[in-house]
Design a protein around this ligand. Structure first.
Ligand SMILES: NC(=O)c1ccc[n+]([C@@H]2O[C@H](COP(=O)([O-])OP(=O)(O)OC[C@H]3O[C@@H](n4cnc5c(N)ncnc54)[C@H](O)[C@@H]3O)[C@@H](O)[C@H]2O)c1
Length: 317
């Protein structure tokens, strides 16, 4: 298949582009480099630097069998400060991309959605039938795209999968997790372990969880990448998919930090600071629908394995 991967210079996009190439697909990698790094893009892909919302540029690339759309700004806290940037980059650009892709006859579209569409939920795990109530403009931007896609599918314009990732983590030596700015717990903790940070801040120790710290569902980026390849295949027979991608197991910030200390063998200072705006106490996926629809198992996503792979990749940075 000829596949357009947007955001292919980023963490999850580059890992997925690599797997698509391994599976024999032709990959056109599009990224504005607003956040990612050119060296992340697999060498076997054709790299195009540009904005995914540039209709003329995307149209000039010709027809794609499928598009996997990772390109987005991803920082929930920034979205609270600059909602307009997130609606412009994550929503308006996505619909211009879709306009161009549909114009050239795309068949399948796989969208990077997020557990942020669920907002602050009390009952865990969260399944796909749960009412969405985004807690930040970032989460809202993801839900707005999902809703638009539901219309496009209903009107027969294309087939679409919205994949709601929980916390992507892990990494491979070719594609380590490295965001600028880094907002994710595991790479920040690894920086503290290898001395690049003096200490680690935990945002809030008074959440209604067993140890008072937030609980998240970590999924290995290589398991996520496999789910995308399977989603492209599944869209052949199903025009619409909305799937949680997580493990069903939650880990508290405390547990993750303890695991980083165990895997690295390094003790580092941990400080408790105020809660961050927009952080739910817990987010754990019910993943039964994805396992059935994609014939998929997140078998690399046990916490110790995630941290070990992240550490192996991180040490090469
Ligand atoms: N990392 C996670 O835990 C997580 C969780 C849920 C959802 N997601 C979603 O997964 C996707 C990928 O996340 P990531 O962690 O790889 O982030 P990332 O920042 O590493 O990658 C995003 C890439 O998109 C590019 N980009 C942004 N806007 C663009 C535009 N308008 N045109 C072209 N390129 C653009 C950036 O330059 C960057 O390379 C995002 O859509 C994110 O919202 C990530």
């Amino acid at each position: 298949m000829r596949v357009l991967v947007t955001g292919a210079a980023g963490f999850i996009g580059s890992t997925t582009a690599e797997l698509l190439l391994d599976e024999g697909h032709e990959v056109i990698a599009l990224d504005s480099l607003v956040r990612g790094r050119k060296e992340n893009v697999p060498r076997r892909a054709t790299f195009i630097e540009g904005d995914c919302g540039d209709v003329e540029l995307v149209t000039s690339l010709g027809r794609f069998d499928a598009c996997v759309h990772f390109a987005a700004r991803i920082e929930p806290a920034d979205s609270m400060a600059f909602p307009e940037t997130f609606f412009s980059n994550n929503v308006a650009s996505t619909f211009r991309l879709l306009d161009a892709l549909i114009g050239t006859g795309v068949d399948r579209f796989v969208f990077s959605s997020s557990c942020a569409v669920y907002g602050d939920q009390v009952e865990m795990p969260i399944d796909e039938e749960r009412a969405t109530k985004p807690h930040s403009p970032y989460g809202q931007s993801k839900r707005m795209v999902e809703e638009g896609l539901e219309w496009l599918v209903r009107q027969g314009r294309l087939k679409a999968a919205s994949l709601r990732y929980f916390n992507a983590a892990g990494g491979t030596t070719a594609h380590p997790e490295r965001h600028t700015p880094e907002i994710h717990l595991i790479p920040i903790a690894l920086d503290a372990a290898n001395g690049k940070r003096s200490h680690l801040d935990i945002f809030g120790g008074d959440y209604p969880t067993p140890d008072g710290t937030c609980i998240r569902d970590y999924i290995h980026v290589s398991d996520l990448a496999e789910a995308h390849v399977s989603a492209i295949a599944a869209l052949e027979s199903q025009p619409a998919l909305i799937l949680n991608l997580g493990t069903g197991v939650g880990s508290s910030n405390r547990e993750v930090i303890d695991m980083v200390k165990k895997v690295t063998g390094v003790d580092f200072e941990v400080r408790f600071v105020d809660r961050r705006d927009g952080d739910p106490a817990a987010a754990v996926a019910s993943n039964g629908r994805a396992r059935a629809a994609l014939h998929w198992e997140p078998y690399r996503s046990e916490l110790e394995n995630i941290v070990a792979d992240a550490w192996a990749a991180h040490q090469l940075l």
